[in-house]
Design a protein around this ligand. Sequence first.
Ligand SMILES: *Cc1c(COP(=O)(O)O)cnc(C)c1O
Length: 397
Amino acid sequence: MSNDPILGLDPDTLAIRAGIERSQFNEHSEALYLTSSFVFNSAAEAAARFSGEEEGNVYARFTNPTVTAMQQRLAALEGAEACIATASGMAAIMSAVMALLSSGDHVVVSRGVFGATQQLFGNILSRFGITSTFVPATDLEAYRAAVTPSTKMFFIESPSNPLTELVDIAAVAAIAHESKALLAVDNCFCSPALQQPLKLGADLVIHSATKYLDGQGRVLGGAVCGSKVLVDEVLKFLRTAGPCISPFNAWVILKGLETLKIRMAAQSASALELATWLEAQPQVARVFYPGLPSHAQYDLAKRQQRSGGAIVSFEVKGGREEAWTVVDSTRVVSITANLGDTKTTLTHPASTTHGRISPEAREASGIRESLLRVAVGLEAIEDLKADLARGLAKLDV
Ligand SMILES: *Cc1c(COP(=O)(O)O)cnc(C)c1O
């Protein structure tokens, strides 16, 4: 490693240069190796590769040069020793938990994590004896109070979706480590361009690469980053259980990482402008955006994140009818629940992503009928404002 030419380079450079291993053709752009297996020069080499005595590619369920390149580049950006890519973000969470926990273990999960993550912990892992306690994301005492002698992991997401609540990562890391538990952070919303949880004390970073890492809504992918010891355990699980990423998807994400920083900077700048504008509209009751001084955790956001991120939520005055009027009056933004794309998306969480939760539970978690979420993309900001203004103008306030 000491001769590694990328050692010590700035993360901005690593996003472009980490993970490159050229073939005999000396291609400039990273090659895409669509192959499921690799050939050996001899029986002895095959045996050495299989046993792990000799490093090298064997079979693409657990080794592929394109996937390796993506893993090295993402590890460099997160400041991680190692990274393992998975088929999707959910596959990353499942793999980390299945690799590192056992039946009888307990997890403390922040409320407001991604919907499928709540289902995974609450309904699936519980059937295999891994229990969870969900705690309010911002209540540090609740994290401490939830710890049992079996607690082995804390799982958090910051900022939360759609209300942009922040978890104090350093503070939760300290609580987790007091009880010798691991802290896993789903870093999907900020990406390493805006937040590096390992530097704040987290043990594992989880990604849905489907979102900002790809950045153009093309492929599914996921990843787990952390120390070599922990990531090796996840690799052992992946090698056996098989939730691996396609080399094609890894290649798309690898190339996406090259523009991550400028996309996140541009989308965050637009999000701040949109949030500021929304706050001044008479039809808007409230704006949720960590980059606004009105955000309840503005100081923590400034400490923990490089910017407010690209997700803005807001409540219109009124209820579902008024919120749907804004949605149905748009002509530019996409009405879809996905995010992390160059194309701006607009969602009514209460009737879509959070539609299966009971109305009482939804109200209790602050997701009102009047709430809309914008995942800001790269279109001209004036066009985005005009698109939302059209519906807002129709509201009777
Ligand atoms: C989308 C998402 C996931 C799941 O990722 P997939 O790639 O869709 O499996 C997990 N966490 C967060 C925060 C997400 O937004």
